[in-house]
Design a protein around this ligand. Structure first.
Ligand SMILES: [Zn+2]
Length: 450
């Protein structure tokens, strides 16, 4: 399947490819990060083109970069193009190319960060340079802010900049990572735009009972209590909750579903307590169904067990850490109480984190501009908002309406990308980088052109 999309802007593509290859060659594996090299590369490139830029940070080597293309007389707060310059580590012997070589081969740029997310940062840089070169008149400033430390929580990145240099984050809107993949339903293309993300409400479950010598079995042990709690947790079906972005996703794609799908969607949207089984039956592909399952409920996934010291001692305490993710608008304390009710009173349940999720309004002028820009590049395609199950830097930018969107047109390639993010042989097709860069350029001109 090949989409009929607007022709490539070769000069813009070449510029994005060049910067992507250069950024991949600067090893910013986090930890330790060492994002300074990437931050300085972006700042130097901007300054050479006459765009103001500065590198800021709170720890040696952990630079964040902020560049600004100014409007002569701004009428609104800036549009921020954002992202992160750090990458996750590689297992060298599992790669068929040098992960920090930035190779261009077989129509792909290869290397750690090619997808997550030096590609988008390179595209944002290419767009800023092009707007400057073309002398485009703007009605608001365009900022490019590339953070350090996203992959390890953002202490030296987005959250540091927010706490120490909030003047750099004066944007009304931001375009970030996290969305842009296209799905096909009933012959219609939908680009998914991230308009919110779940929060983390992680839990620690502690089971306690009398210790003893393991040569004498006991009926009630901490191990047994924890085991039963695990089984109950796995068997639990939390209630289905439809947040704003998911409601609009269903409303947008509903009419393109097969059979009685369109009617079923209307029924689900009218239902005060919708059932997951009805959503699961809508005929989405497996990936979309899994995404919907994770983003229409709070989730509790056990990930770490601590307990026991000696093989001949029944331990008095066993601890289970649970990765809890809650929907925007959900109360972490209520969530804790729900989990307590599921595992029973014999287990202590403690909240380890309480980050509320976030949801940007999908009915904004920027969202409309995103949809109009996509329609111009891929005629007839539509944009549907969605919620992501994980977290990005958006959570560290309260007050900015953040959309995750870096669109790739539908192709067999895009399905291959998911395992490459944080995986081996990460790479991006030049054709996809070209489309996404062109999109960003056209979006910025449409939304900020005076
Ligand atoms: Zn990322």
């Amino acid at each position: 399947m090949t989409a009929t999309v607007a022709p490539v802007d070769q000069a813009l593509t070449d510029e994005a490819v060049r910067h992507l290859r250069a950024l991949i060659r600067l090893d910013t594996t986090n930890p330790p990060g060492a994002e300074d090299a990437a931050a300085r590369y972006i700042a130097d490139t901007c300054r050479e083109a006459g765009i103001e830029a500065e590198v800021v940070g709170g720890a040696p080597g952990r630079g964040n970069v902020a560049a600004r293309l100014r409007a002569a007389s701004p009428l609104a707060r800036p549009l921020m193009l954002t992202g992160h310059t750090d990458v996750v580590s590689v297992e060298h012997d599992r790669w068929t190319v040098d992960p920090f070589g930035g190779e261009l081969r077989d129509g792909y740029v290869w290397g750690r960060g090619a997808l997550d997310m030096k590609s988008q940062v390179a595209a944002e840089l290419a767009v800023l340079l092009r707007l400057k070169r073309d002398g485009v008149a703007l009605d608001r400033d365009i900022t490019l802010v590339a953070f350090a430390d996203e992959e390890a929580g953002g202490e030296w990145g987005a959250s540091w900049v927010w706490n120490h240099r909030r003047d750099l984050l004066d944007a009304e809107y931001a375009i970030n990572e996290g969305g842009g993949e296209a799905i096909r339903l009933g012959g219609q293309t939908f680009y998914l735009c991230q308009a919110g993300e779940k929060g983390t409400a992680r839990l620690r479950l502690t089971a306690r009972a009398a210790p003893g010598h393991a040569s004498i079995p006991r009926d009630d042990t901490a191990m047994r209590r924890l085991g039963e709690a695990l089984v109950r947790l796995h068997g639990w079906e939390p209630p289905t909750i439809l947040t704003g972005p998911v409601r609009q996703l269903l409303a947008t794609v509903g009419p393109s579903l097969d059979g009685d799908g369109p009617v079923a969607v209307e029924r689900i949207l009218a239902e005060p307590s919708p059932r997951w089984a009805d959503i699961a039956a809508l005929g989405f592909d497996d990936d979309t169904r899994s995404l919907l399952r994770a983003t229409t409920r709070n989730t509790a996934v056990p990930t770490i067990v601590h307990g026991g010291h000696r093989i001949n001692v029944i331990p008095s305490e066993v601890v289970l850490d649970v990765d809890g993710r809650i929907l925007p608008g959900e109360d972490p304390d209520v969530w804790r109480d729900q989990v307590q009710a599921v595992v029973g009173d014999g287990i202590e349940v403690e909240l380890l984190s309480r980050d509320a999720g976030i949801a940007a309004d999908p009915a904004s002028p920027l969202f409309d501009a995103i949809a109009a820009t996509i329609d111009a590049l891929d005629p007839g395609a539509r944009v549907a908002p969605y919620l992501v199950s994980g977290g990005t830097d958006a959570a560290n930018l309260p007050g900015i309406k953040v959309y995750g969107f870096f669109p790739f047109p539908p192709s067999e390639r895009v399905g291959e990308y998911t395992p490459l993010v944080h995986g081996h042989d990460e790479r991006i097709a030049v054709a996809d980088l070209a489309f996404a860069t062109r999109f960003l350029h056209d979006l910025v001109r449409r939304f900020c052109g005076a």
